[in-house]
Design a protein around this ligand. Structure first.
Ligand code: KG4
Ligand code: ZN
Length: 325
């Protein structure tokens, strides 16, 4: 079966598109919105408006570089949940119109399933244990096969990316905070400040980052602006280390219990250098996609869409995960 699909991603602050043909990416483009950087977080209304501005010219561009016409498509895959409603609606409406004109199916893709499909760019195939770490989600998922997902653990409060973003905001750094903290951490000592690692001994695969966030905020207030400025590298390195340790501790626990050979880390936070380095040290077989496929991209949505389209699943596919009892 030959399949050509356009993938569209507009769930948050990336406008991302890709055209794939079977297992190949013919063309792709990502635009990361800059408008949010000064606000410390994504402003939903601005995100939607920026997607409206960018999506059409970007799709036009990749059609011409892929040498594909709308009529050549077998379907259009669009990230449809979870995400910012207004931002999702831009991608969805565009995709719906295009499928109507080209008379091909629309495949609604769960954004998290899209992140899981980015595992393909690391060479991984199910079964595997995935640590999915993004701005809104932190989950350990047992991917038994494509389409069969068992959520083993999740965050009880903030997501890992959200923790990076919130601390960066308090430090006065631009959004998104993760890359900023990583950069400042390069000059710092990860052992300088003993930030808490929550739930390390709990007998589950859940995470909690709100205690770490509060500890960091309290320290920043205690120290005051000047001391914080003078120790910014140590603060960022220690904070980053606490997040990385918390994530990898629970991932190790899951890997031991499930005795799965393949381990994968996906989602925006998987672009973090320290997380990647420590994961490669701890697990000899961990697979992590190239950084551009960790953060939001169109290709992951196209591949997830291709999977469902080839199975005839063009209606909304609830992400059929369940918690292990
Ligand atoms: O997957 P993603 O692009 O969008 C969501 O689905 O949320 O992830 C975005 C998140 C943001 O919280 C951002 O701060 C974080 O990923 N992130 C990083 C790094 N690059 C992106 N966090 C830590 N280190 C990085 N290098
Ligand atoms: Zn994402």
């Amino acid at each position: 079966m030959n399949t050509t699909i356009l993938g569209i991603e507009t769930s948050c602050d990336e406008t991302a598109v890709a055209i794939i043909h079977n297992e190949d990416i013919l063309a792709e483009a990502v635009y990361t919105q800059k408008i949010h950087s000064r606000y410390g977080g994504v402003i939903p209304e601005f995100a939607s408006r920026d997607h409206i501005r960018k999506l059409y010219p970007m799709v036009k561009d990749i059609f011409s570089s892929a040498l594909v016409k709308p009529d050549d498509l077998d379907g259009v895959a669009v990230s449809s949940y979870p995400g910012l409603p207004g931002a999702l609606l831009v991608g969805y409406s565009f995709a719906k119109g295009l499928t109507f004109a080209a008379d091909v199916p629309l495949v609604k893709v769960n954004h998290l399933e899209g992140h899981l499909f980015a595992a393909k760019f690391s060479g991984a195939e199910p079964p595997f244990i995935a640590l999915l770490v993004s701005g809104g989600h932190t989950e350990i998922i047992f991917v038994r096969e494509w389409g069969v997902y068992e959520i083993l653990g999740t965050t009880r409060d903030d997501a890992a990316g959200e923790a990076f973003d919130k601390i960066a905001q308090i430090l006065g750094l631009p959004y998104p905070g993760g890359p900023q903290i990583q950069k400042l951490a390069e000059g710092g000592n990860p052992d300088a400040i003993k930030f808490p690692r929550a739930m390390m001994k709990s007998n589950d695969y859940d995470f909690s980052f709100s205690g770490l966030k509060t500890a960091a905020i309290n320290l920043l207030y205690d120290w005051g602006a000047e001391k914080v400025r003078n120790n910014i590298g140590d603060i960022c390195a220690s904070f980053q280390e606490a997040v990385v340790d918390s994530l990898l501790n629970k991932l190790s626990r899951a890997v031991k219990e499930f005795e799965v050979d393949e381990i994968v880390i996906v989602g925006g936070v998987a672009a973090n250098e320290r997380l990647r380095q420590k994961a490669y040290e701890i697990f000899k077989d961990v697979k992590i996609p190239p950084k551009k496929y960790c953060t939001d991209n169109g290709a992951m949505i196209a591949f997830a869409g291709k999977f469902h389209l080839e199975r005839g699943e063009t209606e909304f596919t609830e992400f059929s995960f369940y918690r292990k009892s």
